[in-house]
Design a binder for this molecule. Structure first.
Ligand SMILES: [Zn+2]
Length: 317
């Protein structure tokens, strides 16, 4: 809610009758989001509690503390709750978690998310990366069948949390796109199969050996690779013994029979369009944004509950 609208709402509170006032207080209590996130997390965890320290499922009785149930592990004797060992441990303001998860589902910029949830910009920033820790690492183990690969270039930025409040550090205005060198852009490799399994990797360079290192663990050994013909793909395909269809993009060849890279290109175009709203993503955090985008593409119904559960899917170490 906008501050102005809120102020108008507050100014009208004096007009309430005693009965209306009671009803309003009761309604606010019912809608208190504190219980929403905590109840959800607790009930899911309580179905199969496991120690956040050692992973044991030999778990003793619990007590309630700050809304979350606290358990004792019969193996390591430590106590824990549903957040122990997860990226959300130690974060405050649980009352705003649910609306923050909704802000992530909606792909809001930091500033909009902070306003909507009533938290500071710093908090919104810290939460974004905590909430996305597991999404960042959630990549398919394998892409198989017809596998389309293409690289895209994303502008490098040293923007860091400290600069959030101030002006974005990179030059604005007067910087013609043609004036930027390739050093200003970093390559990201995107790989997508026909089942929609998608993975990506920020690359240090475009060398064949880099492509081998990145692609070998994830592309199935019997896959058919389709690429735009960059020689690094051929190096990888040779190395892995894959069938490879290299489209001659420089000559405008877009398809070869039914083979093309239009699925991966569609993905890249959705990714770049979506990234645009963040007005320059700090290179350091780019993997979080890539994971966020994969999460959105993977789930047709991005509910706050689904996002909270994804954030907590961290395996205790
Ligand atoms: Zn334990």
């Amino acid at each position: 809610m906008k501050a102005k609208v809120f102020q108008a709402l507050v100014s009208q509170l004096g007009d309430l009758s005693a009965v209306q006032r009671e009803a309003l207080i009761a309604a606010l209590k019912r809608r208190l989001p504190l219980s929403e996130a905590v109840d959800l997390i607790d009930s899911r965890f309580g179905a199969d509690p496991c120690c956040g320290h050692c992973g044991s499922r030999r778990v003793g009785g619990w007590s309630s503390q700050a809304g979350l149930k606290r358990y004792r592990c019969k193996d390591c004797a430590k106590t824990f709750n549903a957040l122990t060992g997860t990226p959300l441990a130690q974060l405050h303001r649980r009352d705003a978690w649910f609306s923050y998860a909704q802000a992530l589902a909606d792909g809001l910029s930091l500033r909009k998310a902070a306003t909507r949830c009533g938290v500071s910009l710093d908090t919104a920033f810290r939460w974004r990366h905590r909430f996305l820790t597991t999404a960042k690492d959630a990549k398919p183990k394998v892409v198989a069948g017809i596998v389309e690969a293409d690289e895209t270039f994303i502008r490098k930025s040293a923007k860091a949390s400290k600069r959030l409040v101030g002006r974005a550090p990179r030059k604005r205005g007067g910087t013609a796109k043609s004036g930027l060198s390739s050093d200003d852009y970093g390559p990201v490799l995107i790989v997508r199969d026909r089942h929609g399994e998608t993975t990506d990797q920020v690359l240090p360079d475009l060398e064949g050996s880099t492509f081998v290192r990145v692609l070998k663990p994830v592309v199935a050994s019997d896959a058919l690779l389709v690429s735009d013909g960059r020689s690094a793909y051929a190096t990888f395909a040779d190395h892995a013994g894959l069938l490879h269809i290299a489209l001659n993009a420089s000559k405008g060849e877009r398809t070869y029979g039914s083979y093309h890279i239009q699925n991966v290109n569609g993905y890249i175009s959705r990714l770049k369009h979506w990234l645009h709203r963040f007005k320059g993503v700090a290179t350091h955090y780019l993997p979080s944004y890539l994971g966020w985008r994969r999460m959105i593409e993977r789930n047709s119904d991005m509910t706050p509950a689904a996002i909270l559960m994804q954030a907590l899917s961290h395996v205790p170490t």
